[in-house]
Design a protein around this ligand. Structure first.
Ligand code: NAD
Length: 270
């Protein structure tokens, strides 16, 4: 088991992508702190991990609150002595256009998605630096590389911010044996997406994914486990897309082929 004995904190692990990540680490032998502001769902994830023979604890946290973040790390250390891996996954979104966006919505999304990543990373750094070992994997979004499909400018700005923070923190911490990277998932079937997208928008979204399907939480989880593993020892500060190729083109593959084939086999327009 690749992560046997490793201690992992996954924020927002009560459901969705975070839950997929927590389950994947537990299957590989890690001890997992399932941290979430919804304690019932965190307990549910822990129950599933334990049913599969894994080890986990549920911890209540709002990642935007530094005192709660400190308590999350303290509880993990009390239970398992240290923290080897942190996955900053907790995130939220709103979708209003800027002219209609309230200041409160702007601040809330930046607070959770960006300041939360800062606070959680800061809280584990002394432990990781002291042992000269640590992996931090942040969950950005394809929205951080282009614009968010469902979220507003607050979401896009927060996720691009996560990419910049990842790059900078990776630079600061690499000399201390710490790897910091992030992934940019494309549309992933989770309660978040199910809350905000209609079946029509999901279908529309699927059409522009060259791989022909949306992600499941297991897809980003596999990339997170890779970046948190020693296989990724020399990978620092990257923002890895896990999106079935959705950022590659501007149209669906069927329209692309139709357009190209009209030109004839040589690609000559004449
Ligand atoms: N689902 C997608 O299509 C998609 C795509 C790209 C990136 N992401 C990102 O992946 C992450 C997870 O998204 P998801 O779709 O699984 O969301 P989700 O809403 O299904 O689950 C998010 C979890 O985070 C918890 N949470 C929210 N705010 C929190 C806070 N302040 N403190 C602690 N926990 C908090 C929620 O209680 C919930 O359990 C987010 O950062 C999101 O932006 C999602």
């Amino acid at each position: 088991m690749e992560f046997a004995g490793k201690v992992v904190i996954v924020t927002g692990a009560g459901m969705g992508i975070g839950k997929g990540i927590a389950l994947a680490f537990a299957r590989e032998g890690a001890k997992v702190t399932v941290a979430d502001m919804d304690l019932d769902s965190a307990r549910e994830t822990v129950k599933e991990i334990k049913a599969g023979g894994g080890e986990a604890i549920a911890v209540l946290v709002n990642v935007a609150n530094s005192a709660e973040v400190k308590a999350m790390v303290d509880e993990t250390v009390k239970c398992w002595v240290t923290v080897d891996i942190l996955v900053n996954n907790a995130g939220i979104g709103t979708s209003a256009m800027v002219e209609d966006m309230t200041e409160e919505d702007w601040r809330r999304v930046i607070d959770v998605n960006l300041t939360g990543v800062f606070l959680c990373s800061k809280a584990v750094l002394p432990l990781m630096k002291a042992r000269k070992y640590g992996k931090i994997v942040n969950i950005s979004s394809t929205g951080g590389k282009r614009i968010s499909y469902n979220g507003g400018a607050n979401y896009t700005a927060s996720k691009e911010g996560v990419i910049g923070f990842t790059r900078h923190l990776a630079y600061e911490t690499a000399p201390y044996g710490i790897n910091v990277n992030c992934i940019c998932p494309g549309a992933t079937i989770t309660p978040l997406i199910q809350r905000i997208a209609t079946p029509e928008t999901l279908e529309e979204r699927t059409r522009i994914i060259p791989k022909g399907r949306l992600c499941n939480p297991e897809d980003p989880a596999k990339a997170v486990l890779f970046l948190a593993s020693d296989k990724a020892e020399m990978i620092c500060g990257v923002a890895l897309e896990v999106d079935g190729g959705s950022l590659l083109g501007w149209m669906d593959n069927e329209s692309y082929e139709k357009k190209r084939k009209k030109k004839g086999a040589s690609g000559d327009d004449s």
